[in-house]
Design a protein around this ligand. Sequence first.
Ligand SMILES: C[S@@+](CC[C@H](N)C(=O)[O-])C[C@H]1O[C@@H](n2cnc3c(N)ncnc32)[C@H](O)[C@@H]1O
Length: 364
Amino acid sequence: MSRSGGGKGDGRDPGLTGRSFTAAQSFLLDVKLRWTHDMFPALRDRVAPCPDAVEGVAALLENDPDYRLFAWFERHLQRLKYSGRYGLYPYHAGQRDRLEASLSGEDLPAGMLTLSPDMDLPRYYTGTDIHQHPGGVWSDPIAGFVYERGARSTTPTLGAKHADLHTRFTDKVASDLNGAPATVFDMACGFGKSTMPFAATYPDADIVAMDLSEPCLRLGARTAHEAQRHNLRFVQRDATESGLPEDSQDLVTSTMFLHEMPPNWVEKALRESFRVLKPGGRMAHLDFYLLPDAFARFIHYGHGRRNNEPFMRPLAEMDLPAVLTEIGFTDIAIKPFEESPGALAAENRSWRFPWTTISATKPG
Ligand SMILES: C[S@@+](CC[C@H](N)C(=O)[O-])C[C@H]1O[C@@H](n2cnc3c(N)ncnc32)[C@H](O)[C@@H]1O
């Protein structure tokens, strides 16, 4: 990649302006919506009545040209979104100098951002270009910007209301709590999209936002500072070994974290949630878990392969109620989550992630 820093192109391609980038990304999203609303329901019709096992669905669909086309679109729309001529990566790389300079953090209040640049990153994390993001969300100083822009269309049906997902989750968690928490721990906060609604809902809480990715944390701290959310502390660290004191948190939360790790790490994350929670404290994770039938399971497992998310299937196959019970949690609630009004209604036949809330209490 060029490091021209010119702001209008990537140094190789004078055609890559903000206008061409925006138009191309909007075109890709329109195609993705066609995939979501038309191609997906057509495939579903092929497997009615749905076999009981995922292998039965695979036998019906795996060699079907329409399924192959569906899979090709899924893989390659995402590839174009990140790495194509008008992709997120070349567009942001063309503005590298300006973007990197904006993350210096010089004006941040003391303690708002704690980095550990020499820390060892886990192999599961560095071994995959997650979401097909070149270099993952951690290896390039501009990765936070690339991820932030990409995350606007992770759930294509939300369109411009992409942030509503996090707000709805925060509202749901808040409605389940008895009163405002004084301490909140957001595991794997990324660039803070999951943390900011908690900071807004609980302006008096002391909130720790932890992640492995320095570029994402730098962007998160900058965004929070600009929004005057100074009750947030961004920390670079493995959230499954957070270093937070035992019995210190009223609320532990995460969004789209568990499916990014192998099962033994998921278990570690849940044990860490238990350890740091105060007795009576509540944990609430939003992730992809409950799959209504074998067709949904087949599609979800394929999505994991095609989107470079190798631990989606292992998480979906974990016995989470048993793991949570064994750790000692009570009031365990694992429920489908409606990411937008009507998303869970029977008449909604479009593709969607199997959003699920995984909540439990540390007994008092
Ligand atoms: C899909 S992103 C979600 C980010 C954010 N929660 C959101 O909803 O926008 C997953 C995040 O998990 C982080 N991550 C993965 N493993 C981690 C670990 N062991 N400790 C802390 N962060 C981790 C990644 O760096 C990434 O930012």
